[in-house]
Design a protein around this ligand. Structure first.
Ligand code: ATP
Length: 236
């Protein structure tokens, strides 16, 4: 049986206009995301990866083209509908964690989970990421890798079907990066979710079910990994 796509991008273009200058960030992008898959989007700087992620996540709107979520076209959604989509359907993880500095790790997680009708408990998540002892610490008292693990716990605490990660290991050393990738893989596998990771590190592609190669605002190729490797087996 054909799998039903959760997200579909159809001929998406994005043009940024600044005065006389216009930048074509996406020039006609088509792809779908399916349940329970880990997708890596690979491409050089400026190729359009973040623009794609922001459009999938309802942070940005395409100039032209359609986006479907569970078959429903959300390209013409009102702001209120998009807010609902962002709250319920997507979690975001960024390169530089973006935790709220004057809230503890647990409070950062709770703030996000309060937006959800089916949240995952903050304490359960702290345990899963191996930071159950650090819930009362502030971000400044945590290492970069620990902050990123909290940022992932915050993003997944809403229990979203789609987790979007923009260079989640970009600021981390190799060993800490692998820990973070393990947590992302676990979220996809144990809860059967969609996890999308943007990176320019091609090694990370080896752990993906599918790799989408982006070049100059277009999809260059999509490759399927029949036997993705474990995060712990990656090297860079
Ligand atoms: N808000 C914006 N206003 C104007 N131009 C933008 C904006 N956002 C992105 N761009 C331009 O669109 C193109 C694609 O940018 P995008 O951030 O999607 O690339 P990327 O592949 O994620 O790059 P990087 O790996 O460096 O983050 C670039 O030329 C960028 O300068």
């Amino acid at each position: 049986m054909e799998k039903e796509p959760i997200i579909q991008l159809k001929n998406i273009t994005k043009e940024y206009k600044m005065g006389e200058v216009s930048v074509k960030a996406l020039r006609g992008v088509d792809f779908s995301l399916y349940d329970n898959e880990l997708v890596v989007i690979l491409g050089t700087s400026g190729s359009g990866k973040s623009t794609m992620l922001n459009i999938i996540g309802g942070i940005d709107k395409p100039t032209r083209g359609d986006i479907l979520y569970n078959g429903k076209n959300i390209s013409y959604a009102t702001e209120a509908e998009l807010t609902k989509f962002r709250r319920e359907a997507v979690g975001f993880v960024f390169q530089f964690y973006n935790l709220i500095p004057n809230l503890t790790a647990r409070e950062n997680i709770l703030l996000a989970s309060e937006l959800s009708s089916s949240p995952i408990s903050a304490d359960e998540l702290l345990k899963q990421i191996g930071l159950e002892e650090r819930g009362d610490h502030f971000p400044s008292q945590l290492s970069g890798g620990e902050q990123q693990r909290i940022a992932i716990a915050r993003a997944v605490s809403k229990n979203p079907p789609i987790l979007l990660c923009d260079e989640p290991t970009g600021a981390l050393d190799f060993k800490t990066g692998i820990q973070v990738l393990r947590i992302l893989k676990d979220y996809q596998k144990t809860r059967k979710k969609i996890v999308v990771i943007i990176t320019h590190n091609s090694s990370i592609g080896e752990m993906a079910d599918r790799v989408i190669h982006v070049r100059d605002g277009l999809i260059d190729s999509i490759t399927e990994n029949k036997n993705p490797v474990l995060p712990e087996e990656l090297r860079w």
